[in-house]
Every structure is written in structure tokens, then in C-alpha cells.
Design a protein around this ligand. Structure first.
Ligand code: PDD
Length: 301
């Protein structure tokens, strides 16, 4: 932040970026005609920040670009512009560990109409939230029908089905809903899924039925680089129920163990040995980010 910014915004303000300007979050405003508000017509990203550095930034920006393309939204910024904008938000929150939220919607035209507006400028919003290291405790899930549409590969803000599914899990006393479509597991309401069978990792292949998670990709990469077998295969309900271990992955939760499915223990009901090994690999990878000699190579891709 420059001295001029400090004077207009003030130290200690929760700075966000909204439509081309940096403002305290409490003062950020959008029009009620915004298509994100009226239609859920927009896309988003959640990017973890460790030691002041956005984690896997290039992968998040590539996925953002893909979501924008699939939603036929114009891309408001180049990758370099996004990077400098995000850096400014990170720095204004004092670096360290944070979670960045970024959203682009199809703007706020004067009239509500389902069809695309003509030449409307997209609304761009970025904020930072605290990021806490996940606890190494087992989580519980329930199995539910995947009621979502067939383009779950687009990271859209139209999240009503995901919201309902997660709430269903919470009201059943569980942490996450695991979604089933046509007898196969897709993902969690806000996470990807792994099982361990005989020491090998298995995760559903990428398809329009699930989000191509950045954490999922990293777990696959870490497994392959460290001699853990990892396969990308469809997982039937029966296979899921008899897995030795079950994990969830997401940018804010990293990789967390599931120890109960529909009230039944997974394995011996405790986080399994392969999860502990992955936890170690993941932590080592994150620690390298804090090392200036290593981080350039790993933080961007
Ligand atoms: N959600 N699947 C869904 C439906 C998700 O919403 C998420 C993440 C993931 C994991 O993707 P990644 O590893 O790239 O975070 C999979 C974010 C964290 C959210 O909506 O808050």
C-alpha cells in the first residue's frame, strides 16, 4: 500500500477490491441489479495464501479463465493484473496465511433480463478472510443424492444446491455431504474426494460432474512424486463404503480425513496411515513456500 492509500483508507481496515477500487470491506457496495445477486450469474475462486504468497496461483487463474470462458463472461484482467491486484490485498492484510475470495459477475445492467446484457462491464470483487490450519481430527459425512446440474466443472457462484446439501449434512450432525450420481461418488458439497484401497489412492476422474480441484491436483502430484500409487477411477457406492480411508480436499481444508460415513466408522474409525503420510507431504510442500530459494518454483504452477 502506498502512503496515499494509507491516508485515504486508513491502517487496519479490511481492504477489498470492488469494481476497480480498493475500499474498506464495510464500505463496498454493489447494485441490487447485479446479475450475480439476481441470477447467480458469475464465477469465483478461493485461493489460499501461505507466508504471504498465493498458493498455486497460476492453476487458480487458469481455472478462473476456464470458468469465465465456459460462462461466456469476458475476462476483466490479464494474469499479471490479477496477480498484482491479489498481492495488494494480501499485503494490506499483513501477509501471512489468508484465504482470498475472488468473484466476477456479468455486471449490473438497468433491466433484469435473463439474456446477456449488451456491453455490460463485469463486476469484480476480491476480499481476504482468515485462514486457519485444519485440525488433524476425523470428519463425518453423509451420503446424499447429487441434485446439482451437469456443469459442476464450472466454479459458479450459483451454489444453492451445494448450500442445501451442506446444510443437510450439518443438520444430520455431519461435517460434509458426499454426493452420489447414478450410483457413483462425484465429490463433496464443497470438496473433492479420495479413497484409499490397499494402500493406493483413488479419486474420481475429472468430468463435467465435478469441480477440477486445485488441491485434488496437488494431492495427485504429491502422491505420484513420492511413490504412492494413485488412480483416477469412478468409485461406486459399494466401493466407497468399503474403502480403508476416505479423505476430502479443498483449498481451505487442505486434505482432511473422514472417519465416519452415515454413522459407520471408516476403517478403525481413526485417520489412517496413508492420510498421515499425505499430511506430511502436504505440510512439507507448504513449508517450502516459506523458503525463498524454493518457493518460486512451486507457488505459481
Ligand atoms: N470450494 N468441489 C467443490 C464443489 C468445491 O466447492 C470445492 C472448493 C472443491 C475443491 O476445490 P479446490 O481444491 O480448488 O479448493 C471441490 C471452495 C473452497 C469454496 O467454495 O469455498
Amino acid at each position: 500500500m502506498t502512503e496515499a492509500d494509507r491516508q485515504t483508507i486508513g491502517d487496519g481496515e479490511d481492504l477489498c477490491f470492488i469494481n476497480g477500487a480498493y475500499r474498506p470491506l464495510a464500505e463496498a457496495r454493489i447494485s441490487p441489479l447485479d446479475r450475480g445477486f439476481l441470477f447467480g450469474d458469475g464465477v469465483y475462486e478461493v485461493i489460499p495464501v501461505y507466508s504471504g504468497r498465493p498458493f498455486r496461483l497460476q492453476a487458480h487463474l487458469s481455472r478462473l479463465r476456464r470458468s469465465l470462458d465456459e460462462a461466456r463472461l469476458p475476462s476483466p484482467y490479464s494474469d499479471a493484473e490479477w496477480a498484482s491486484l491479489l498481492t495488494r490485498i494480501i499485503d494490506s492484510h499483513g501477509g501471512g496465511d489468508q484465504s482470498l475470495y475472488l468473484q466476477v459477475t456479468r455486471g449490473a445492467p438497468d433491466l433484469r433480463d435473463h439474456a446477456f446484457p449488451d456491453g455490460e462491464r463485469p463486476t469484480v470483487f476480491v476480499m481476504s478472510s482468515p485462514l486457519r490450519a485444519p485440525e488433524a481430527r476425523g470428519r463425518s459425512v453423509i451420503l446424499v443424492d447429487d441434485i446439482r446440474w451437469r456443469r459442476c466443472d464450472i466454479k459458479t457462484v450459483s451454489l444453492l444446491p451445494n448450500v442445501l446439501l451442506r446444510q443437510q449434512a450439518i443438520e444430520a450432525g455431519a461435517d460434509e455431504a458426499v454426493l452420489i450420481r447414478d450410483g457413483f461418488i462425484t465429490e463433496g458439497a464443497a470438496s473433492n474426494l479420495f479413497v484409499v484401497e490397499g494402500g493406493a489412492l483413488v479419486t474420481p476422474p475429472k468430468s463435467p460432474l465435478l469441480l477440477p480441484g486445485i488441491t485434488r491436483d496437488l494431492v495427485v502430484e504429491l502422491a505420484e512424486a513420492n511413490g504412492l500409487e494413485c488412480r483416477q477411477e469412478n468409485i461406486s457406492l459399494a466401493r466407497f463404503r468399503s474403502a480403508d480411508e476416505v479423505w476430502l480436499s479443498s483449498s481451505t481444508k487442505e486434505v482432511i480425513p473422514v472417519t465416519s460415513v452415515d454413522g459407520q466408522p471408516v476403517g478403525d474409525g481413526r485417520p489412517g496411515p496413508v492420510w498421515w503420510r499425505m499430511r506430511e507431504l502436504y505440510d512439507a510442500f507448504k513449508a517450502d513456500l516459506a523458503d525463498p530459494g524454493k518457493r518460486e518454483a512451486i507457488s505459481t504452477s
